[in-house]
Each structure stands twice: as C-alpha cells, then as structure tokens.
Design a protein around this ligand. Structure first.
Ligand SMILES: *Cc1c(COP(=O)(O)O)cnc(C)c1O
Length: 374
C-alpha cells in the first residue's frame, strides 16, 4: 500500500476553531452581555447555566465550580472526608482523581480496570472495602460511563457508601435510563476546553439530588460561607466565573448535535478499524460513549505515533503511566497491583476526535494509521 496521498490541511487533535466559528455570534453576544452588566463573579449566567446543566443531567442540583479538579475536591469535602479515610478509585485516570483524595489526607485505594472498557472493574471493588472506606470514585473514562448500577449496589450493601462519578470525560453520555453525572451520590465534570462540553478556560460542576450535599458544596465553593462573612466550615475559593458560564450557555445550544456527531464519528472509527491490527475499546450495549477521547490499543506505539505525526495526524496518550506507578502515588499500591492498567497504559493511543471532524479528515486518519502499522 502506498503512503496516503495528498496531505490534507493539518488536522487538529481537537477542532475548537470550527466549533467557535459555528457559535461565534451567539457566544460573542453572551460575553458582551457579561461585560456590560459587569457581574463577573456569581452573575446571573451562573444560576442560569446551573439550571440548564441540572436539567440536562437530570439532577436536582448543579453547582458550578472553578474546574473539574475543584469539583472532585469539593465533593470529598462535602462528604467530610477525614485524614485516613479510604477512597476506592481507578489508577488509570488523570492525576486529579487521586490528587484530591491525598490533598485531604485520604488514602486512594487503587482497583484495577476491566481492559475491555478501561473503566474500574466492579468485580474487584468489594474485597477492597474496609471499615475506613468513605467513598467509591469510579471514572467514566474516554466518555463511557463506568458500571454504575453494579457499583451503586456494592455501595448500598456496605452501608450506603457514597459514590462519586468522575465524569470529566463523559458529560452527556447515556447509561440505561439515565445520564452521566446523574447516576450516583455526586457526579463531577470538567469544562476544560477539550472535554465534551468545554468553556474557554477552566470550569467544572458537581451534580447531586441530595439537598444537604448541594448546600455543603455551595458553601465550600465560597470559603465555607453560609452567609456573607459567616464561615461555618472550611472551604475554598472555588467559583466558576460568569464569563465561563456564559460560554457554556452558548455551547449548550449545539451540544445535543455535537454528542450525536461524537457518537457517529466513534462508530465510524470502529467500523473502519474493525479488521485492522488496532484493538478497539468495547462500548457496552446499555450505554453509549461520547468519546471524550477516541482511544485505541496499538503495539509499538512510539513508532506508530511518529509515523502518524509525519503524515500530519496528531495523537495523544491518555495515559502513559497509571497513578500507582507515579512517584506521588506509588506508595498507595503494592507490587503487582493493577497489572491490567499497566498493560493498557503501554498500548493506548488517542486519535483526533471532535464533533467537527469531517469524513475526509477521518478517512485520512484511518488510512494513515493503517499505513503506520505496517
Ligand atoms: C480533565 C479531568 C479531570 C480534571 O478536570 P480539570 O477541569 O482539568 O481540573 C479530572 N478527571 C479526569 C478523568 C479528567 O479527564
């Protein structure tokens, strides 16, 4: 086979420029309105976006916060995590998931993944529950919801352990009758620009149906204030600013279309790569994947990435080293823990993915990948 022919204009790993071009006048008008009313912190767009986001996720409450990391931190603070408390989570994730546990003096308990989905293997959770287990924090990696029903059932059997979904990559994903962020005690997402729903800076949100948790999270977000200058608990400076909420409101107009495009592009990648040497992620029948990253498994990844780069196809690795192998977190794992995460980390590679990826671009990516594998 020959090298794929005419090089296309450079393909972005994530195409945010086309998205902005499509939404430009509305987003600009929304930003202008914030500049005109001048309520940069906790302006009306904050409550407006929270109402729309809660309706979207199907929860009673949404609390916007400064980032996805802050959402996870505030979730654990709202549950009153104490030093020495254990939180069961996956090591195959972005560092923020375990970072917030350790920041509060908690102990991350790493449970290995199911290699078919790269989400935590729910069958391995129960043996790791102890009297100190204070939360279970599955990650809905790559945009596919973790096995929430099974995890919720385990949590219920052990005295209703709170479950926090790290849904930074899966906002909008469907799971049985529900949606990501509305499936557990607390759902946390990120509006980092490259996530399925991104703003133009940092942002994030917590979702819950629990009134007491929502109240606690709202207070923690503003330095633990129950009223102005009344600090009833220790909090953080964790607000999402009004301008970023205005951007989210603009992006929501097109979000259903984008989710549909992501599903279609993911399904098309799956079909085009089905009979190649690339191994594909399994998407379970009872849920969809919104492909926060479109990730595949390859052998000899460095070589494949270099060849793709030379053909104008950017790739990324989510994630090259699981957290139980990171200097900051390795003391929480024993030798031989989470071997399937190690294997996945050595083989995963993410391809360009965004709602605006064209069929021509996708064909080029696939042809280049098949060529690079030879
Ligand atoms: C992006 C991400 C986060 C952190 O979100 P930020 O908004 O960047 O703080 C946490 N967990 C996972 C799985 C992520 O992908």
């Amino acid at each position: 086979m020959n090298a794929p022919g005419n090089p296309l204009p450079k393909i972005d790993f994530i195409d945010l420029k086309s998205q902005y071009a499509a939404l430009r006048s509305d987003i600009n008008a929304r930003i202008q309105r914030v500049l005109d009313h001048g309520q940069y912190i906790m302006g009306p767009e904050v409550a407006e976006s929270e109402a729309k986001l809660a309706a979207f996720a199907g929860t009673k409450h949404c609390i916007t916060v400064a980032s996805g990391t802050e959402a996870l931190l505030i979730a654990l603070m709202a549950l009153d995590l104490k030093p020495g408390d254990e939180v069961i989570t996956s090591p195959f994730t972005f560092a923020a998931t375990a970072e917030v546990i350790v920041l509060l003096g908690g102990v991350p308990v790493f449970v290995d993944i199911n290699p078919a989905t790269c989400n935590i293997d729910h069958r391995l959770i129960e043996p790791r529950i102890t009297p100190r287990t204070r939360a279970i924090m599955p990650v809905s990696l790559y945009g596919q919801v973790a096995d929430m029903d099974e995890i919720n059932a385990i949590a219920a059997r052990h005295g209703n352990i709170p479950v926090i979904e790290d849904a930074a990559q899966s906002f909008g994903a469907r799971y049985r009758a529900g949606r990501s962020c509305g499936l557990s005690t607390i759902g946390c997402t990120s509006f980092f620009p490259s996530k399925p729903l991104g703003c133009y800076g940092d942002g994030g949100a917590l979702f819950t149906n629990d009134d007491a948790i929502a109240k606690a999270a709202r207070e923690i977000r503003v330095h633990g204030q129950s009223a102005r200058y009344t600090h009833t608990r220790v909090g953080v400076g964790g607000r999402m600013d009004t301008l970023q909420c205005a951007v989210i409101l603009g992006k929501l107009a097109r979000f259903d279309w984008e989710l549909q495009r992501r599903r279609e592009i993911g399904a098309r990648y799956h079909a085009l790569l089905a009979h190649t040497d690339v191994e594909l992620l399994t998407v379970r029948d009872d849920r969809d994947c919104v492909w926060g990253q479109y990730t595949v498994f390859v052998e000899d990844r460095t070589k494949v990435q270099e060849r793709l780069q030379a053909m104008g196809v950017p790739t990324a690795v989510h994630y090259p080293r699981p957290l139980h192998r990171q200097v900051a977190y390795q003391s929480y794992a024993a030798e031989g823990d989470c071997l399937l995460s190690d294997i996945a980390a050595a083989r995963v590679m993410s391809l360009p993915m965004s709602a605006d990826l064209t069929e021509d671009q996708q064909d080029h990516v696939v042809e280049a990948l098949i060529y690079a594998l030879k």
